[in-house]
Design a protein around this ligand. Structure first.
Ligand code: IMP
Ligand code: MG
Length: 179
């Protein structure tokens, strides 16, 4: 285990099993459709790579990069789009792929932003959900794991751009971050 972690919260095997389950659910729910997966960079890249391989459907992929403006505890906090989609989404069945749903500010903004482009449908799949921290009214349609209010890293998630490549999800030792 990485020396900066207090403990492993979700192990590799547990992640693998759950991603397979999510893949089966999405395959069933989108039968006969060709969904467009929209990965939110950078955090979702590992999850998305595993998830789409667990789904037995033709699909399309696109990515967005966003960053929160200023203080995250401000409910009205807008989100800055750093990289927008490459293609039009009108009439498409969009599935937003996120690493973690925390305050919900990012996904509540993004969902409205993408809704304005008239997709056929929009759903959210998130690997992790921290419901105790929610301030914006948003729920995910598919959740990998509900997690407690602790700062987690690994499997795509970072702290200061580090730890993304850990193959499991761990809780960082509090002395590593100053929040
Ligand atoms: P929200 O707008 O507060 O829901 O922010 C979600 C984003 O914050 C995620 O996409 C992550 O990039 C980041 N984030 C929130 N909690 C954590 C965490 O525990 N570890 C790593 N990143 C996190
Ligand atoms: Mg993110």
């Amino acid at each position: 285990m990485d020396k900066d972690l207090a403990y492993v919260l979700v192990g590799e095997e547990q992640i693998y099993q759950r991603v397979e389950e999510l893949g089966k659910l999405i395959t069933r729910d989108y039968e006969g459709k060709e969904p467009l997966f929209v990965g939110i960079l950078k955090g979702s890249f590992i999850f998305m790579a595993d998830l789409v391989r667990a789904i037995e459907l033709h699909s399309q992929m696109d990515f967005m990069a966003v960053s929160s403006y200023g203080n995250k505890s401000v409910t009205t906090g807008a989100v800055k789009i750093q990289k927008d989609l490459s293609e039009d989404i009108e009439g498409q069945d969009v599935i937003i792929v996120e690493d973690i749903l925390d305050s919900g500010v990012t996904l509540s903004y993004l969902t409205k932003y993408l809704c304005n482009r008239n997709p056929a449908s929009i759903r959210i799949v998130t690997l992790l959900d921290k419901p105790s921290r929610r301030i914006a009214d948003v729920t995910a349609d598919y959740v990998g794991f509900e997690v407690p209010d602790a700062f987690v890293v690994g499997y795509g998630l970072d702290y200061a751009q580090k730890y993304r490549s850990l193959p499991y999800i761990g809780v960082l030792k509090p002395e590593i971050y100053t929040d």
